[in-house]
Design a protein around this ligand. Structure first.
Ligand SMILES: *[C@@H]1O[C@H](CO)[C@@H](O)[C@H](O)[C@H]1NC(C)=O
Length: 470
């Protein structure tokens, strides 16, 4: 059920309630749709494969694979049997998986021409119809432009000192003087603090913060109960009067108009601020937790990260700020993060829907079918990543892997809006953590599963010590 994982990552559901509900829904809807999913006859034929069990297609197989963190096996066995393009059945719909890089390139390059970003109905309702994730075509493009004021390089440079201040506060509160921590909840706390502060200027000591964080964990029940305070409608600033430099994402959403000079509606702001909170914090925190794991298990890589960060810190006073230039020099650290996202992508897959009949790889793809782009399928391919299980940041040296095979942020017009923000946040975090703390995994083999949120069985137990340099 790795596609669902994407959904979960997006909406941040962390309770079993949703899982049970979704399973029931899957079974019911699967049964309804099965009667209409006989294999259609086309010329050329539709891709080979199996629709699997009648009720839920192959969704259960995918769920099992994900649970064991073996998504890649689900794909490997089918590619071996059917070839690079095969059909399956996912979430009540016939679906096709295509190989990297051609398949990914095709899907990302044909957005709005042959395919469109697509979510199952319940997800759309959950995220809200104004959510940037569910918007398509021109509407998506226009909405997306508003956010670039915050996520472009100038916006990120303005955010940097604020993120760094949060890293320092977070370390003082959650790492300093501790003998043992749980890596996953700690990373989540950090990423949520960053998102709340940078997106809404909400401090982690604000009474609303806990409520918000809890609601987040409980999602469906809690999420929509939180009264989000929106200070009236957008201020009627004209361009001549000038807009103050936006200090957080909410402010950008309130004050930056669309091209037609109208502002985002309150509903749109509400849908999207929640989306941004969720999308940014679950993904970054998952990656941070896994970086801690892989650096611990690969001491020679950790040494290299420390060497790089020491070089950046060495001419500074202890309290001096990291600059934008410094983050550009964190090349090895970034490669270690990339390699982490390759092995354990925080978002496992995404979907497109065929908006017309087309051919791909010598097969017919009927209109209405789902196209799945699986990150694991690309990232674990021995063709592009020899010895794929091995953690090896050097894979990203030089020009790195070929285009359309390393796709942790997706691609095309829907590519992750916050990828540079995430990069900045993770680099600043690592800078301060590796220079100040040593950590040791209590259980280096701690089990990881995707159910469908990626998690460590015991939350990644870490033993901490202050790092001292001789
Ligand atoms: C202005 O553009 C936005 C974004 O495309 C759209 O949602 C809104 O309806 C438009 N407003 C008017 C008054 O045309």
């Amino acid at each position: 059920m790795e596609g669902l994982h994407y959904v979960w990552e997006q909406v941040g559901a962390h309770t079993g309630v949703w899982t049970v509900g979704a399973t029931l829904l899957a079974v019911l809807t699967g049964w309804l749709l099965w009667s209409t999913t006989a294999v259609p006859t086309r010329n050329p034929p539709v891709p080979p494969g199996s629709f699997g069990w009648p009720l839920v297609g192959e969704t259960l197989d995918q769920l099992d694979a994900a649970k064991a963190n073996q998504v890649v096996k689900f794909y490997a066995t089918r590619v071996a049997k059917y070839g690079e393009v095969f059909r399956t059945h996912f979430l009540f719909n016939p679906a096709v998986s295509m190989g990297a890089p051609e398949g990914n390139k095709f899907l990302f390059g044909n957005e709005n021409k042959l395919v469109q970003n697509s979510w199952p109905g319940p997800v759309t309702r959950l995220l809200g119809k104004n959510s940037l994730t569910v918007l398509v075509g021109e509407e998506h493009k226009r909405a997306r432009r508003v956010y670039t004021t915050f996520f472009n390089p100038e916006g990120l440079q303005a955010s940097l000192p604020r993120i760094e201040a949060i890293v320092r506060r977070h370390a003082a509160e959650y790492w300093e003087g501790k003998d043992q921590i749980l890596g996953v909840p700690t990373a989540k706390e950090f990423a949520f603090t960053v998102a709340a502060d940078l997106f809404m200027s909400m401090d982690n000591h604000d009474p609303l913060y806990r409520l918000f964080a809890q609601a987040h964990e409980e999602f469906v029940t809690g999420f929509f109960k939180i009264p989000i305070y929106l200070p009236g409608s957008a201020p009627s600033l004209t361009k001549e009067e000038g807009i103050n430099p936006p200090h957080d994402l909410l402010n950008v959403m309130l004050t930056v108009p669309y091209e037609n000079d109208s502002f985002m509606t309150d509903d749109a702001i509400k849908d999207n601020i929640l989306l941004m909170m969720t999308a940014s914090h679950d993904t970054s925190s998952t990656t941070i937790a896994f970086v801690l794991k892989y650096l611990y298990l690969n001491p020679e890589c950790l040494k290299e990260v420390i060497r790089e960060q020491l070089a950046i810190a060495k001419d500074k006073r202890a309290d001096a700020a990291v600059t934008w230039e410094d983050t550009k020099n964190m090349k090895y650290t970034w490669r270690a993060i990339q390699e982490t996202m390759r092995l354990q992508p925080p978002v496992q897959a995404g979907f497109r829907r065929a908006i017309k009949d087309f051919e791909f790889g010598g097969f017919s793809i009927p209109k209405g079918w789902t196209l799945i782009w699986s990150v694991a399928r690309s990232h674990m391919s021995p063709k592009f990543f020899p010895d794929p299980e091995k953690f090896d940041p050097s894979r990203f040296e030089g020009s790195g892997p070929p285009p359309y095979v390393f796709i942790p942020f997706g691609g095309g017009p829907h590519i992750c809006l916050g990828n540079e923000f995430a990069r900045l946040e993770m680099l600043l975090f690592l800078h301060h953590i590796v220079l100040n703390y040593e950590w040791e995994m209590v259980d280096p083999n701690e089990q990881v599963s995707i159910t469908p949120v990626t998690h460590f069985k015991k939350g990644l137990e870490l033993i901490l010590r202050k790092r001292r340099f001789e």
